[in-house]
Write a protein that binds this ligand. Structure first.
Ligand code: SF4
Ligand code: SF4
Length: 124
């Protein structure tokens, strides 16, 4: 169980095994990665900058986000593995994914988080 200071909930990471990857699918959204994260992932995938950008990235404002694909009536991150229902680049997933569900946004959007993540337990 993971607790984080100032968050009104804790998170059981074992829940991910029974979840089906809900935080990687559903409504459309952006999955941002830093330049360094993108470089590391690109090298891991063995692609040129151009190939990597064309296949996996979209520009959102001044940032780069992973593309999404249509999936089960909604969307999935392009790196979501639909067979195993988990992240296909787990060791290279960006900080945005690593820090979920401990996002500032969810401190004040608890119902939304409760619907999305089965690993959450609210404290008292
Ligand atoms: S939604 Fe929660 S339980 Fe499901 S995979 Fe994501 S973090 Fe794990
Ligand atoms: S990078 Fe991995 S963990 Fe992050 S949204 Fe995509 S599939 Fe999910």
């Amino acid at each position: 169980m993971i607790f984080k200071k100032d968050f009104p909930y804790c998170f059981d990471e074992n829940a991910c095994q029974n979840c089906g990857g809900k935080c990687c699918i559903g409504d459309s959204g952006n999955i941002f990665a830093s330049k360094e994260e993108l470089k590391n992932l690109r090298e891991y995938l063995g692609l040129s900058e151009e190939e990597f950008a064309l296949k996996y990235l979209k520009k959102v404002g001044f940032k780069m986000s992973f593309k999404e694909v249509e999936f089960e009536g909604g969307y999935a991150c392009i790196f979501f593995d639909p067979i195993n229902r988990n992240c296909s680049i787990y060791d290279y997933r960006p900080m945005q994914c690593r820090t979920f569900p401990f996002w500032e946004y969810f401190k004040t959007h608890q119902q939304e988080l409760k619907k999305e993540c089965i690993g959450i337990t609210y404290l008292s």
